[in-house]
Design a protein around this ligand. Structure first.
Ligand code: HEC
Length: 168
């Protein structure tokens, strides 16, 4: 009689223990997956954030409208590398806002070639025309990889457009 009871007791104990064990496994298993999921979520978020950041400078770019249609059209050649609106980012080239009358190579936050900085150019119609004609021959060693604008009519229109839209 007491033997049977003991046997039954051990059986129930065994059942209980195995039940607890499997429950424990289930719980820790769930833990693992949820941890993994939350990790995936955070990495995704981080990646998304950096993408948004790296896109920011290019999404903020305005090519101002003007009566000077030819000037604006020629400026499209420059717009890939230059913003003109105050407060917008530097691109491959510096933001040109307010550059007329200033010394070349002095915009804050842009790394110029030493050659442009040391040439001592003051930007005027004359110096700009020479620059536009052929940047690399006016400033040998410049970082501006651009062949130039050769036609006088296009130079005139572009200079007038730049004067209009880069004025602070
Ligand atoms: C491929 C990119 C690129 C294009 C296209 C380009 N530029 Fe540039 N620009 C630059 C870079 C880079 C510099 C800095 C040059 C250096 O440090 O030697 C620069 C410098 C300048 C500067 C001197 C700015 C300063 O602060 O002294 C002027 C003015 C300028 N560019 C005007 C123009 C105009 C106008 C056009 C279109 C006809 C043009 N650029 C097209 C990349 C470009």
């Amino acid at each position: 009689m007491s033997k049977v009871i003991k046997l039954q007791q051990t059986k129930t104990l065994f059942l209980l223990v195995s039940l607890l064990l499997s429950l424990n496994m289930l719980v820790s298993c769930g833990d693992k997956t949820s941890k993994k999921e939350s990790q995936e979520k955070t990495t995704f978020k981080i990646r998304k954030n950096t993408e948004e950041k790296s896109k920011a400078p290019t999404t903020v770019a305005t090519i101002p409208q003007s009566e000077n249609k030819l000037g604006r059209r020629v400026f499209l050649l420059c717009a890939a590398c230059h913003n003109v609106v105050k407060g917008e980012a530097h691109k491959v080239g510096p933001n040109l806002n307010g550059f007329f009358g200033k010394k070349a190579g002095t915009k804050e936050g842009f790394v110029y070639s030493d050659d442009l900085k040391n040439k001592g150019i003051i930007w005027s119609e004359e110096t700009l025309r020479e620059w536009l004609e052929n940047p690399a021959s006016y400033v040998p060693g410049t970082k501006m990889a651009f062949v130039g604008v050769k036609k006088k009519e296009q130079q005139d229109a572009l200079i007038a457009y730049l004067k209009e839209v880069t004025t602070e």
